[in-house]
Ligand binder design. Structure first.
Ligand SMILES: Cc1ncc(COP(=O)(O)O)c(C=O)c1O
Length: 386
């Protein structure tokens, strides 16, 4: 039996359908149901005492579970609702009314980063989009040129959601640091399927969420801040949980908590989401991201080879070192084909300007891939323009 097959028993959904959509919503582990029951029991029977019996520290502890997956030190990760909020917290650490006021991002970033930082124009920010030559890769040279002495922030997806392309984060971070700008590395499409060493990369900030490859469900976004910056930054978008002594209920300006896990916090933590998220992190850590990556590369290669033989347009890099966990296949009438696949219990998704996204994870098998591709072939043939 291939070494990862036994994990399927932990994910009921993968025996019910052909589940190939972990770039969007990872399957729920069985253990998560028990964890959510524990949440309900604790609230039900411990009531307000729960805050001092673990709930208040839960954000820090959950961040610490993520730390080895992200490749960062413990105590450096704070938990938030999602990437949008985490990015907003970082954006709120800076001013945009001086000479250094640019936010540089490529036109292939996830739109939430664009919508959020567009809003910073009202504080004086200049939002600069770097044009890409196609929908697969950003133009690295153009991006590096755009990052200059007037740049404050560079939100950068490590893996692009449209094409699964792995960007050269090291080159971008090096250029940004040379001119005094800061990269916010969005690792959402990488964490849990591509091994990460964010500490080694020296990134100032990293953000992501738990919905996808981490199998942690919605509501558990995370924010890493490099420890030297975390000691000095003064985020504006905070709440009482960012105070050094929140239960002193001191009035007036905040006295920031020293630790990164607290200093960037807003208010009451999202406790049910934290209960839900942890089983996924534990399992991903237990399987090991390098083992997940090896399995994923083998299965995505299987899809790519088949697509090439069938003559489908691929919107995903061919080189293993440039490809994240998903493969994007662009067939005529892709949106219709994707809905029909879903109707036939092959769960994938479709993104305009990209194609049908197929994403195997550690609980998928060669058989899953072959089943999905056989149905895709049939539908693609039927929907071919005459
Ligand atoms: C790279 C990337 N960033 C961010 C998001 C979503 O952001 P949020 O957590 O704010 O919903 C996604 C979701 O697909 C994504 O792929």
């Amino acid at each position: 039996m291939p070494p990862l097959d036994h994990w399927r028993a932990e994910f009921p959904l993968v025996d019910e359908v052909t589940y190939l959509v972990s770039h969007s919503l990872g399957a729920m582990p069985k253990r998560t149901a028990a964890a959510l029951q524990e949440y309900a029991d604790t609230w039900s029977h411990r009531g307000v005492r729960a805050w001092h019996e673990g709930w208040w520290e839960m954000g820090r502890e959950t961040g610490n579970l993520l730390a080895p997956i992200l490749g960062v030190d413990t105590g450096t990760v704070s938990m938030h609702q999602n990437v949008s909020v985490s990015m907003g917290v970082i954006g709120s650490c800076y001013r945009y009314d001086g000479r250094r006021r640019k936010i540089v991002l490529t036109d292939l970033e996830f739109p939430t980063n664009m919508y959020l930082f567009e809003g910073f124009r009202r504080y004086g920010a200049e939002v600069v989009y770097v044009r890409s030559d196609d929908a697969m890769r950003t133009n690295l040279e153009r991006l590096l040129d755009a990052i200059d002495e007037q740049t404050v922030l560079v939100p950068l997806s490590l893996v692009l959601f449209r094409s699964s392309y792995i960007q050269d984060a090291r080159a971008v971070i090096e250029k940004a640091q040379k001119v005094g700008a800061h990269v916010i590395l969005d690792v959402y499409q990488a964490a849990g399927t591509v091994p990460l060493d964010i500490g080694g990369l020296g990134a100032e900030f990293a953000v992501g969420g738990s919905v996808k490859w981490l199998c942690g469900g919605p509501g558990a976004g995370y924010l890493y801040v490099r420890p030297d910056l975390a000691r000095t930054l003064e985020p504006g978008l905070i709440g009482w949980a960012a105070h050094a002594e929140p239960f002193s209920f001191a009035t007036g300006p905040v006295a920031y908590a020293a630790g990164a896990a607290e200093r960037f916090q807003s208010g009451t933590p999202n406790i049910p989401a934290l209960y839900a998220a942890r089983s996924g992190y534990e399992i991903v850590a237990e399987v090991g991201v390098p083992a997940i990556r090896a399995h994923s590369l083998r299965l995505t290669r299987r899809i790519m080879d088949h697509a090439a033989r069938a003559g489908y347009r691929l919107n995903t890099p061919a080189l293993d070192r440039e490809r994240g966990g998903a493969v994007i296949i662009d067939v005529p009438n892709g949106e219709l084909v994707a809905s029909e696949l879903i109707r036939r219990q092959i769960i994938v998704d479709y993104r305009p300007g990209a194609g049908i996204r197929i994403a195997p994870h550690f609980y998928n098998t060669d058989q899953d891939i072959d089943t999905a591709l056989a149905v895709l072939d049939e539908l693609a043939l039927a929907s071919r323009p005459s």
